[in-house]
Ligand binder design. Structure first.
Ligand code: FMN
Length: 187
């Protein structure tokens, strides 16, 4: 049976490089019968975690901040696979993706722990530079989060040397992202 897959994107550029990489992954995953939920954090109203530690003020609500995280929450409670997608911004993820990601914090606390359905993860990254060293921090951050929460990494696809939206057309990373999507195993 196909899996429910969350694709969480972070670029504020519509149909930009990372969005096209996400769509390549989605094509691959859907061709294998998976159901994909694309959530574009940059086009949602998601605030940063306030560190108030008031998570789960009531049983059904993970956070005291009432914003579009309440649209994302049902997805992270049901999707077995999460794919994080971002352009590199100053050696890291975009603020929009990070804001959404930080809000997962609630699921590491109290009653929330058992509600996070994600078991597997993947990372799709685009950047203007062509040096591997440039994205090592972002990859390291992803790997550390995955290890900390206990997600099995299913793969990392990086498209280097892409700046303008059309730069990614024909890039080898698109095919790799599609293959990664196809490689997600059904249950
Ligand atoms: C604010 C900002 C910061 C960036 N920082 C980096 C960086 O540190 N290293 C890099 O190689 N590219 C950097 N870039 C370039 C983007 O990562 C690159 O153009 C990416 O492919 C854009 O993806 P998108 O079209 O999905 O937004 C930056 C771009 C912006 C707008």
């Amino acid at each position: 049976m196909g899996k429910e897959i969350l694709v969480l994107t972070g670029s504020p550029r519509k149909h930009g490089n990372s969005d096209q990489l996400a769509d390549a992954f989605i094509r691959g995953a859907q061709s294998k019968g998976h159901r994909v939920h694309k959530f574009e954090a940059a086009f949602k109203d998601i605030h940063g975690c306030r560190g108030c530690n008031q998570c789960w003020p009531v049983e059904t609500e993970p956070c005291v901040i009432k914003d579009d995280f309440f649209e994302l929450a049902p997805l992270i409670e049901t999707c077995e696979v999460a794919v994080f997608v971002s352009p590199l911004y100053f050696w890291g993820f975009t603020a929009q993706l990070k804001a959404a990601w930080d809000r997962f914090y609630a699921y590491r606390r109290k009653a929330g722990v058992q509600r996070l359905a994600i078991k597997e993860s993947a990372l799709l990254l685009t950047l203007g530079d062509t040096e591997d060293a440039t994205y090592k921090h972002a990859v390291g951050t992803y790997q550390d989060i995955a290890e900390y929460i206990g997600w099995k990494d299913r793969g990392i696809v990086v498209a280097k040397g892409v700046n303008d939206k059309t730069d990614i057309l024909g890039h080898k990373a698109l095919a790799r992202a599609e293959v990664l999507g196809k490689s997600i195993e059904s249950t």
